[in-house]
Design a protein around this ligand. Sequence first.
Ligand code: PEP
Ligand code: MG
Length: 904
Amino acid sequence: MTRWVYGFDEIDAAKAAVDDDWDRVRGLLGGKGANLADMASLGVPVPPGFTITTEACNAFIAGDGALPDGLWDEVLTAVRDMEEASGKTYGGTDNPLLVAVRSGAKFSMPGMMDTVLNVGLNDEVAAAMIERTGDERFVLDSHRRLVQMFATVVLGMDGDPFEEILREHRGTHGVINDADLPPEALRATVDSFRAHVRARSATPFPEDPYDQLRLATEAVFHSWNSRRAFDYRRAAKIADDLGTAVNVVAMVFGNTGTNSGTGVLMSRNPTNGEPKLEGDYLLNAQGEDVVAGNRETKPIEQLADDLPDAAEELGAIARRLEEHYREMQDMEFTVEDGTLWLLQTRTGKRTAQAAVRIAVDMADEGLITKAEAVGRVTPDQVDFFLHPQFSPESLADLTAVAQGLNVSPGAAVGVVAFDPDLAERWGRDGRDVVLVRHETKPDDVHGMLAATGILTSSGGRTSHAALVARQFGKPAVTGASAIDIDMASRTLTVGNDTLHEGEWISIDGTSGNIYLGKVETVAPDLDNEWLTTVLGWADEFRTLGVRANSDEPEDAARARSYGAEGIGLCRTEHMFFDPERLPIVQRMITAPNLAERKEALDEMREFQRADFAGLFEAMDGLPVILRLLDPPLHEFLPSWEELHRHQTDLQLRLVRAADLETVERLVRELSEVHDMLGRVEALRETNPMLGLRGVRLGITMPEITRMQARAVFEAAVEVAERGGDPKPEIMVPLVSEATELARQRQLIDEVAEAVFEEAGRRVEYQVGTMIEVPRAALTSEDIAEHADFLSFGTNDLTQTTFAISRDDAEQAFLLQYLADKILTENPFASIDAKGVGRLMGIALDGARSTKPAIETGVCGEHGGDPASIALCHDMGLTYVSCSAYRIPVARLAAAQAALAAGAS
Ligand code: PEP
Ligand code: MG
């Protein structure tokens, strides 16, 4: 028989049910339930209670909303146990027990599912409680909260009319806060609430405490499939079939007076990671008051003045729980008449900055190992350090129009949208949107995810907006009270300025500043000391090298400062696109004879030599792979279509020309265009990607290879003469037959010898090739004969393996393939392990059979993709190569791959 219910004092039984596997305990009891029971076993004060398992939720959903057999009997037994533990009775009039009914899935989904407090109250129970406590106001306030929450959460009613009724009663009694309403007003409020429920809901408010408990439990189960929970799961990549547990917890009251209170506490600062308690609380309040953001909370430091004993105990518990879980904790607590109770602890959500600092600090404190620290930072978090920030220059003469709380760092620039549906729609249209709200609610999540940034006029650091933004790395500013949002006119007013929906705003989640208009952003540098440390540790674990795809000395120097261990790919054609250089390249291509071509090539050699020298200097002592010219030559010439259009235009103008001078000029121009058109036509191919490119250029025009090789060796000699340590490696692209490489290598070696002889100095160098087409992969044992190294050009290898044009795919059917799940991943972003990966494996086996220790790498765009990096690690490649800004991520991903494979 399946067991559906576990008491908080039964963690051992729950563990035994799932082979003592903690992950499965969390799966069964949900994160909150598992931790409550775990805390109880550690001696942390937790109110009595029990957990209904996630399996019960799944059975309930599968059974179309019927509670599974046996569940209710187990609940009744568990309620008896709670009564015994607390000395109170549920639904009784002697010493009444009230309970909270809370959701709790395996992975925390803050605010996404339902909770009902004060369950078990009705008029009789209330009367008994008033008699016992003598606190009529407190009991009636609890009662009105129950009816209000039950109506909105369980019965699904609109919340506004209840707020309206409360407002009326406040008005009648001339008070501002609910807490100041006298008992008779609260009693009247409860009656008005119930009357409203009777009038508007098919189900009346249940007076029987057991009906309340059952309906609240079912509502929590149902909330697993609410739209907001569904949206959240999709974004957080949480599976839909996990289900939620239900925790039934004896109520403890933070609203019994000023010796009581409730709050949330993080064991470290979730924004910057500082090892210091961080949190908010309210005296004389109940849980939802703190997160709702409508009462001003106090910072946790003040608790020591208000409730010193509880503050001290809370600090000790935070430390104890951090030591136990070896993770930063996010706790909820309540103090009832001076007694502290922990209602929840979970792993705290944090910003990327905080994640990195906490991982490093915890390793330094000996709480976790360095390997664990490296494992706790995600590639996305490292990536966040590369997020745009506002450029100091653009801020220099700008003043912030307002400031709010800097709850999630980074700069966001977008057009204002006041509602989440609009934000989602505009986001889908590719617009940058800043979602601006009074405060966000769980129903807003789809709009928050579509926005580049989030701005709220109320709400604190632990508000819904702040939590969600941090988790998804969205820059956010909350609590910007100077901002006045008018939903009727859909405008935002701040001081004398008014902004309409659709106008630009810029927010800085790092400082909390808000600017009108579009502020310029720049990528930040990576100088963060904790990031540097954790990446340094990553380097200790990884065995895969990390190199840069870089064509320019300044970029190469940046890549080196980010940790690049050389250049894995310099696409030399990128050096030709400079507007000053292009005419020379065009002269080279269109030269009518060899002599003229050589003249142009000599000119090109001059600037290539300087380029290469710059790269050798930036990467002094490290390998620099320079790839010979790769693209089809017509790419350097004007487009055929454009020339054709130009020619037609000139012809028309010639027909209409009125004077001789114009005729002569047009004839001259026409002849030039005609000439160029002829040359472009001569080079034009139907499938240029499969045409005269890569090594085929060097074979048909060996003088290009000679020129490039000479530039490489002359630069190397020059740098060596200046005392540098250049390590040139020449790479031949798009080889599909070993003889191609053998011929090119011969040319390169001849040029090297000639240059060294002229210079009277030798420089060590290597010659290798790329594996970019299936035939190269399949014949790698022959290719390796002539290669010192191999590098997988996974862009072309993907293109040629799938026969999908890399230039067109993402504008055409590939997106539909992904949407229709014909392909689960974009193969141009993440290496297709099954097909392309298999070819790589064959190529490696072949090459290693010829040269066991041959150097191998990946230099396609996949070199910065964590999943592809893991594949490269597993295949024993020497390095991956990627753009400078992805190098930190690649270092981390390579270390995580090594750790996953058992490195320590
Ligand atoms: C490749 O094909 O993967 C490669 C690195 O070369 P390119 O992208 O320049 O064709
Ligand atoms: Mg290529």
